[in-house]
Write a protein that binds this ligand. Structure first.
Ligand SMILES: Nc1ncnc2c1ncn2[C@@H]1O[C@H](COP(=O)(O)OP(=O)(O)OP(=O)(O)O)[C@@H](O)[C@H]1O
Length: 357
């Protein structure tokens, strides 16, 4: 029987360093085979974390241990080229004059593997990303999605214990992105090292990662499985990513939550004390007049934005309670919704969830 896998065999890191005005302190642990999705707003510290794991930036404190090897202990740092690490960025950074197979073989070659074995390995890695028949193509003869797959093959050709993907799909158009995302997911399933993927795209994170870590202003604001994060977001940014209206507030035993900005939300599932309250945008209905039958939640708000999304529209509302509503296109037309207009927004108390903050 094989020994159970643990963080000691995978990634065990606490990345502490300052960069400019940012003070970064990010713990990250993962078992072999796990995919960690790192998300966060611009400037939050995601790329800095990746650069520290790769060894490009030194830790000031903390540690990076991978597969039981110490890569950085805050005093001594293993050079990037001596780490078993694979890196893939938004720009695939392929050598334009080299064929795909030689681009992939470059990694093992630069680590001392002989020419023949490096090329053999490169062919195998190209086959694993579905590009066996494009080995002789140069980057300019490949589509953007194929170039991304060559970059992935190159990152994996050195048998990294840690694979770092920083916005790997960001440069692709939406169709190519969707296809490459599923190719990437398939390849990662067969990879037994730890993967850390930095992304802005919730879909990338939810489809590729089995654990999410949100980094905002140098700190982890939430971490958990996608299901945990989806059901209980714990920062305004996470709320936006998972597409829920999220309010911090104080709850009482009668189901009233007074939000920190002053608005009141009523729920049938009260939690007392410091709470988060969520309202799904699809649960918000909009009306020109005060809704009858007095729903427990009705606010008079002003429309700040209307964005079409397929067959529905997202309506941004401001006032005593900032709110996003998702309504049908028919409602937009029937109500004649326009930016600047005042409307009533109603939400059933049964649709409001609360949980401790
Ligand atoms: N070379 C640098 N010198 C000084 N400060 C820097 C440097 N690079 C980044 N920073 C600062 O470090 C912080 C984190 O940057 P980082 O690139 O890690 O963020 P990020 O989360 O990856 O953002 P983005 O999503 O925009 O790529 C930022 O506030 C930035 O101002």
């Amino acid at each position: 029987m094989s020994a159970p896998r643990s963080h000691a065999d995978g990634l065990d890191a606490r990345v502490r360093l300052s960069r400019g005005t940012m003070d970064l302190d990010v713990p990250l642990t993962a078992e072999p085979g796990q995919v960690i999705g790192v998300l966060g707003p611009n400037g939050g510290g995601k790329t800095t974390t990746v650069l520290a794991l790769a060894g490009v930036l030194a830790l000031e404190e903390g540690h990076v241990r991978v597969g039981g090897d110490v890569w950085d202990d805050g005093r001594r740092r293993l050079a990037p080229e001596r780490r078993r690490v694979g890196l893939m960025l938004a720009d695939s950074l392929l050598f334009p004059h080299l064929r795909a197979v030689d681009n992939v073989a470059y990694g093992p070659r630069s680590r001392g593997v002989d020419h023949h074995r490096a090329r053999e390995r490169a062919h195998l890695e190209l086959e694993r990303v579905g590009l066996a028949d494009r080995a002789a193509s140069r980057p300019r003869e490949l589509s953007s999605g194929q170039q991304a797959r060559v970059a992935l093959a190159r990152a994996l050709a050195t048998d990294p214990a840690l694979l770092l993907l920083d916005e790997p799909l960001a440069a692709l158009d939406p169709d190519t992105r969707a296809r490459t995302r599923s190719d990437l997911a398939a390849r990662l399933t067969a990879y037994d090292g730890v993967t850390v993927i930095v992304t802005h795209d919730p879909l990338d994170a939810l489809t590729l990662a089995d654990h999410l870590v949100f980094v905002e202003d140098g700190r982890v604001t939430q971490s958990g499985t996608p299901a945990e994060v989806l059901s209980e977001p714990r920062s305004a940014y996470v709320g936006t990513v998972v597409g829920l209206n999220l309010y911090a507030g104080q709850g009482d035993s009668h189901g009233h939550v007074t939000t920190v900005k002053g608005g009141v939300v009523v729920t049938t599932s009260p939690t007392e004390g410091s709470v988060w309250a969520t309202v799904p945008p699809s649960a918000v209905s909009l009306h020109l007049h005060e809704p009858e039958g007095s729903p427990r939640n009705a606010w008079r708000l002003r429309i700040a934005s209307v964005t079409m999304q397929g067959q529905s529209a997202r309506v941004g509302l401001v006032g005593e309670l900032p709110l996003t509503a998702e309504v049908t296109l028919e409602s937009v037309t029937a109500l004649g919704l326009q930016v600047g207009q005042e409307v009533w927004a109603a939400v059933k108390a049964t649709e409001v969830r609360t949980y401790p903050r």
